[in-house]
Every structure is written in structure tokens, then in C-alpha cells.
Design a protein around this ligand. Sequence first.
Ligand SMILES: [Zn+2]
Length: 425
Amino acid sequence: MLKITIPNNNVAERNYILDVMFNEFLGLDFKVVENDDCQDWIIELQNKKIVTIKDTFFSKYPKAKEYLKLENIPSKMEELDIFAASFFMLTRWEEYVNKVRDKHNRFPATESLAYKQGFLDRPVVNEYVEMLKNMLLELDSNLKFKTRDSKLFISCDVDQPYDCTVENIQNLIRVGAGDIVKRKSIKEFAKRVRRYIFNKFENYKYDENYTFDWYMDVCEKAGIKATFYFVPTSKEPQNGCYELKNKKIQNLLKYIDSRGHEIGVHGSYQTYQDKEKAKLQKNMLDDTLSSLGISQKIVGNRQHYLRWDSSVTPSVLEYAGFLYDTTGSYADRPGFRYGVCYEFSMFDILNRKKLKLKQRPLIVMECSVIDKSYMGLGYTKEALQVMKDLKQKCFKYNGSFSLLWHNSHFKAKEDKKMFEEVVQC
Ligand SMILES: [Zn+2]
């Protein structure tokens, strides 16, 4: 067992980051000793050899939560020791002290140090873990580390399972009038009417949103099961276009389950800071599954629009009863928001507490790369290369590459091609 001696300040924060790095990432047993005279992180191995890592951050702010200030964001990661740097990335306290937000109240990638310093496309925490591993191996070549296998997680946020403009006759009349008057296209109108009729009988062959069969086929061919995150209720604005009580949604849930794929919660627009609402929504989906005789249990979540507040959302989701969340990417840029491609326990920065909730960082959301409102690379070689490179970087560390592709984002034939290439590469 290793013995790690730390200065007697920021003890909860230090214990958390040591636990994640040594225990969760490296698989090493250790005990922590606090010492008033200690100035640095002192790691003592079983063979009594010692590594000292200079403490460059926490001791400067000895009072609880004193470090949580905008001016304490480093100008370069090199200013921080590897533990403070990893803590900075994994807890995202940067997003709490920097209050800049976009129109959906999200912290934009472009405000992050990782983006500004050009390392959002690098899993820096994985790099620190490798450094630490090599340092320890130098001193004790008998050390045994945790082994892992690369994993591919494919997931789908079910915002619009089918074309919502043909959901009911009122929508059809309203949007159909637009086809004729605004878009001057009788053909579009005729297609919409056909879709309306076929969808009524749950035959979705004319609906470009309803891609679930094909989606699961592609994943199964690659030997994986996908996860489908459903919005439990869309009563409030900015959400999906369905309710769990809809018969066709229930049929879809049963179908996904019968093929062995996972079902999770897509926390509605209004839940990311509201623990009661988040819990209610998880319970709604739980109850729906059990009433349908589906035996799988809800364990995972992703927030709609990737809305996230690093100071409260982790504890909101823990309270709601999730085991993991996989919101962890920026909407406006793909890459390593948390600097890591391993799943890890989250930390409640305000209550200074390690949570049971795991974060499974999302690395690529398709629209972050493709859509004009974000990176805007479209269906180019460059776009494909961005996704492939990120996947390769995850696999280099035997980590997990988590890809989000919406069922409703297969309208261009290039979508399907790009999706298949990223899944298969
Ligand atoms: Zn969504």
C-alpha cells in the first residue's frame, strides 16, 4: 500500500483527486496522512522510496473553498501540479467561477482554458496519469496497475422520435399550409400528408426521424448496444414532442428493450438545477418501464441541450438516483471537457463531497462538429477526421469514446455514411 502525505488544508479536495487518480484510474491502494508541516504531495512506496510532487496550488488558498475565485484560474496548466491540474479539469470549478454563459445558459467551450490554450482535443488528465504511472514504475517495477479495455459508447438523445409536424391533424394543417403558401411546394405537402397517414398506423417508412431500426442495426453489427435517452415529459417549453404515456413511445421503448439496448433519461431543459424535478422525471421513466414489463432499470442520464451547472448538476443527478451521467461535452466544440476519457466519480465543489455519481464524458456530439451554429464543418473529410482523431486518442489510453448521434440527424445521406465510418473505424 502507498502512503501519501498531504498538507493539512483542502483535505476533502485533495482526498478526492487522490482517490480518483490512484484508486479509480491506476487501481492502487493507498492511505492518506495529513501533516501540518508538510508542504508538498509526498508519495511513499511500499519499498520506502519516495516521490515528492511540489504543491503549487492548494496551499496558497488554505481556507475551505477559498480557491474558488475567477482570478485563481491559471493562465497555463503548467502552473499547477498534476493533482491540482487534474482537480481543475475533473471538477470544472472553472465553469463555476467564470460566469459567462450562452443563450441556453451554458458555459461555452470557447471560454474554457482548454480551448484558449488549445488542448481541448487532448485528454490531459490521461497524460498526467501516464506520467504518474511512469514515475512510480521507475521506483518500483513490481507495481501492478489496473488494466482496461477501450470501449465505444454510442448514444442517441430522443428529442423528436418522429416528424412532429405530422403528430396530429392541427400540426399537419398548420405546417402543410406553410408548404403550399410559403414554400410553394405541393410535392412537400403531399409527402407530409402521406407521412401523416403512414405514421398514424405506426409505419414510419416515410419518416426521416424514425431511424431506430437502422441505428440499432449499425450498432449491433459493430458488436455494441446503444443507449437511447428519452425526455420523460415535454410539458414545459424547449423539450421533446412527446409524452411517455403516448402509445407509440411505449411501443418504441419496448422495441429498444427487446433488442437489448439501453434506455436512459434525457433530463428536460428545466431539470439541470432542480433536484426535485430531476428525481420526478427519473421516477416517471422508471414507472413507465415497469408498467410495460420492461425489466431493465434506469441508471443513466444526459441533459437536454447539454445544459450543465458544474456546481449543482452533479448533486442534482445523484439525488435523483442516477448511477452515471454522460452529458460531459461542450455543445459548441467536441473534445475533452473533463480532460479525460475514463469514467470517474464526480465531486460536489460547494459541499466539498465526493459523489457516487459517475461521469462518462461525452467526446463527440455530431452537431457540434457538423452544424453551422457550432463548428460548421459539414460533411467534409475534415469533420470525419476530427471525430476519428478523438476516437483514436481515447483508444490510445484504453479509454472510452462516447459518441452522441441523434436519431433525427440522418436526413442527409452523408449523415449515415459518416456515422457508420466513425462507429467502424
Ligand atoms: Zn436533447
